[in-house]
Structures are given as C-alpha cells and as structure tokens.
Design a protein around this ligand. Structure first.
Ligand code: HEC
Length: 139
C-alpha cells in the first residue's frame, strides 16, 4: 500500500479495517443534509429540530424550535432569513450562541433564489440544509 495520501489513511482509520480496499477509492461523501443537521444543529435544536437538544439546558438562551419557523411566519418558511441566520453566524466566528458553521459554507455554490426573486451564489450544503429544515415544519 504505497503512495497513500493522508486522507486515505484517515479514511482507512475511520473504516477500522472494514472493507479497507473499498474505502481507499471511495468518492467524496455525498451531501446529506440530515447528516449535517445531526452534526451541526441537533445538539442544541434536538434531533427533530424542536429545541430539545442535549445541550439546550446548559445554554443561557433557549434554542429556537425550528419546526415552527413557517408557522411563526404566517405559514411561509422564511428561507432567506434562515440562511442569513446560519450564514451570518459563520462570519461571527463563534461569538453568537451558535457555533461557527464554516464547513457548511465551503465547497460548491449554486445560484439560489430564497424567495425574494434574487439569485445569489449559495453554498450547496447550506441550500440542502435549508430545504431539509423546510421538511421539518409543522403544518
Ligand atoms: C450551541 C447551540 C446551537 C447550535 C449547535 C445551533 N443552534 Fe441555532 N440557535 C441556538 C439558540 C440558543 C438560538 C436562539 C437564540 C439566538 O438566535 O441566538 C438559535 C436560533 C436559531 C435560529 C433562529 C430561529 C428564529 O426563531 O429565528 C435558526 C434558524 C437556527 N438557530 C438554526 C440552526 C441551524 C440550522 C443549526 C445547525 C447548522 C443550528 N441552529 C445550530 C443554538 C444553537
């Protein structure tokens, strides 16, 4: 196994020897917003987004119930506002209650119209996450 890159070594380590040869040539992980939500949001906002994450009790501010975003906005999911919230926090470098979501802002961008008729180059992972949040909204 010569010429392995650091990344391949990490992948192998993560795979714990399981199907090691397959893992070496595995493509980049596909974007799964449910994974991103679990990794970056659920600790505070809860697995279902209702604000009951395990860290919620330790915070000075109660995490918002993300399933009520549409209901609290006259039934319309406030996509642009939500994205600005997440994106804005990325620029705050951890000064807000929520952590820096830098990794979500990296990678490819797509032209995205959040509902205001203006297409803005937006990181695909952020778009996917916003679309995922839409599916959590209570009717
Ligand atoms: C460290 C805990 C924590 C994490 C992790 C976290 N949040 Fe939050 N979030 C909060 C708290 C607390 C609030 C309410 C106070 C505030 O806005 O700062 C909030 C507010 C929000 C709001 C505003 C809701 C409203 O009523 O306008 C949105 C949207 C949001 N979070 C989305 C997310 C998303 C998406 C993620 C994952 C990428 C995430 N949050 C991760 C703690 C967290």
């Amino acid at each position: 196994m010569k010429g392995m890159t650091m990344r391949n070594i990490l992948v192998l380590a993560a795979a714990g020897g399981l199907a090691a040869c397959v893992a070496v040539d595995a493509p980049e992980r596909a974007i799964d917003p449910a994974d991103d939500f679990a990794a970056y949001c659920s600790a505070c906002h809860g697995a279902g987004g209702t604000g009951d994450g395990e860290m919620a009790g330790d915070l000075a501010k109660q995490p918002a119930d993300l399933t009520l975003l549409a209901q609290r906005n006259k039934g319309v999911f406030p996509t642009t506002k939500v994205m600005a919230q997440i994106w804005g926090y990325a620029g705050m470098k951890g000064k807000g209650v929520m952590p820096n979501f830098g990794p979500l802002m990296e990678g490819d961008t797509v032209p995205y119209d959040g509902g205001d008729g203006i297409e803005t180059p937006t990181p695909v992972r952020l778009v996917a996450l916003a679309e995922y949040l839409k599916t959590l909204q209570v009717k």
